[in-house]
Design a protein around this ligand. Structure first.
Ligand SMILES: [Zn+2]
Length: 101
């Protein structure tokens, strides 16, 4: 079981950077469910949050390179499952999917 380390200052810093980078790179949709991300308002199902590409339980670190932006809903439901095949935040491309909101 992974323990939550999301309260560390290192994570907060990396998270902020990852969100900033994603926004700057025009990533406006969740890579998982394609919902339009809300970078400005937190705690909404579509609020932009950071997801660990490699989970803490697998040795993932609180570094911007290990964080990927997705919506809160997916972030919370995904848990410790492996991330889809997208290498970094900067390389997120729209995936073909039939799943729509
Ligand atoms: Zn999502």
């Amino acid at each position: 079981m992974a323990t939550s380390r999301t309260g560390t200052s290192q994570y907060k810093k990396a998270r902020k950077k990852a969100l900033h980078q994603a926004k700057a790179n025009g990533i406006d949709r969740c890579p998982y469910c394609k919902v339009m991300l809300d970078y400005d308002v937190g705690l909404k199902p579509n609020s932009a949050e950071t997801d660990h590409v490699i989970a803490h339980a697998r040795g993932g670190q609180d570094h911007v390179d290990n964080l990927k932006v997705c919506c809160r809903r997916c972030n919370q439901s995904k848990g410790d499952r492996p991330a889809p095949k997208t290498s970094t935040v900067l390389a997120v491309k729209p995936l073909k999917t039939s799943r729509r909101w």
